[in-house]
Design a binder for this molecule. Structure first.
Ligand code: CP
Length: 343
């Protein structure tokens, strides 16, 4: 069987059901998918496809963020998110610097506010933050003037991951509206699950979440998704099967008897693929525990778009940086105009 291919821009245009109805984001921060409207999600995704076109030409560079400074502050480990933000900044011409908790003065006891205020005072326009505490980006956004982008906060949200997942779905399926999406795995700890449930449901997908009973948080019943206790029930007839990482580092107490048992009952296997639609895509935010969430042959399956998700992460982060910068510019222009009017 041949490897799954993305649709062309023309094929995507035929399947498109909604036009972006806004040209600007409401907020100068990106804190979560819960805060975004469907029109704002469409605007970011449309912009991400423009950014992808820019990356496909030889120079790969624009000057949209020239003169702007971005600091990425990762108080938790990351490969994909940290480096793709870093690359996105460079492709847009921004001045960038990056710091992690282990190499910062947090190790000497400095608190979060003092840390981010210090980063802001270096003429920083946009601060990208990953933190183990849910709500840390919201706390910061209320206290500094720089724009704040949530790059993953505890068990709350990971909005740019959901946006890149949605971009990948559009790339292969043309539109999100009407898609059936099964999200399988550690729903208890997963910020990726939360962001995807909020985001996908807002633009018209039907979302099912399957996990062992001990990994299903109570609040999931209040979210716009169907909760399944059986992975096969979740996968039946879906367009997308998305595995979630089992976050072994966050397991304070054993939530399942053994990794082998988890893999047996909730691992994505050939039977799951057979139950899904014949052209269903396989997705995973990474990093993947091979043999736990899915075996390597499913990770590398011809219908897996896991590597394409990583590639789209750069375009989505370029789009978010570009749109937040545009919002900041618009706010500055409004301020200048109101001052002129009052003279
Ligand atoms: N998906 C994701 O957030 O991966 P990283 O932890 O490598 O950034």
């Amino acid at each position: 069987m041949a490897r799954v291919q993305p649709l062309t821009a023309e094929e995507r245009a035929i399947k498109r059901t909604e036009e972006a109805a806004v040209t600007q984001l409401t907020s100068q921060h990106l804190l979560g998918m819960q805060e975004l409207s469907p029109a704002e999600i469409n605007l970011i995704l449309d912009t991400a496809f423009v950014m992808k076109n820019i990356l496909s030409v030889q120079t790969k560079k624009t000057a949209h963020l020239q003169g702007r400074s971005v600091i990425t502050f990762f108080a938790e480990n990351s490969t994909r998110t940290r480096l793709s933000f870093d690359m996105a900044c460079k492709y847009l011409g921004a001045t960038t610097a990056s710091i992690g908790a282990s190499d910062s003065s947090i190790r000497k006891g400095e608190n979060l506010y003092d840390t981010v205020k210090t980063l802001e005072m270096m003429s920083t326009d946009i601060l990208v933050i990953r933190h183990s505490q849910s709500g840390a980006p919201h706390y910061i956004a209320e206290r500094i003037d720089a724009s704040v982008i949530n790059a993953g906060d505890g068990m709350n949200e990971h909005p740019t991951q959901a946006l890149l997942d949605m971009m990948t779905m559009i790339e292969y399926k043309g539109a999100i509206k009407g898609l059936k999406v099964a999200i399988i795995g550690d729903a208890m700890h997963s910020r990726v699950m939360r962001s995807n449930v909020w985001g996908l449901s807002k633009v018209g997908a039907e979302v099912r979440v399957a996990a062992p009973p001990t990994m299903i948080p109570r609040f999931l019943e209040q979210m716009p998704c169907q909760v399944c206790h059986d992975v096969r029930e979740a996968c039946a007839g879906v367009d997308i099967i998305m595995g979630l990482r089992v976050q072994l580092e966050r397991q304070l107490s054993a939530l399942f008897p053994s990794v082998n048992e988890y893999a047996h009952f909730f691992g994505i296997d050939k039977e799951c693929l057979d139950l899904a639609k014949p052209d269903a895509l396989i997705m995973h935010p990474g990093p993947c525990n091979h043999g736990v969430e899915m075996p390597t042959f499913i990770h590398e399956h011809e219908r897996s778009v896991i590597h394409e998700q990583v590639a789209n992460g750069v375009s989505v982060r370029m789009a978010v940086l570009f749109l937040l910068n545009a919002k900041r510019n618009a706010k500055l222009e409004e301020l200048a105009a109101s001052r002129k009017g009052s003279i």
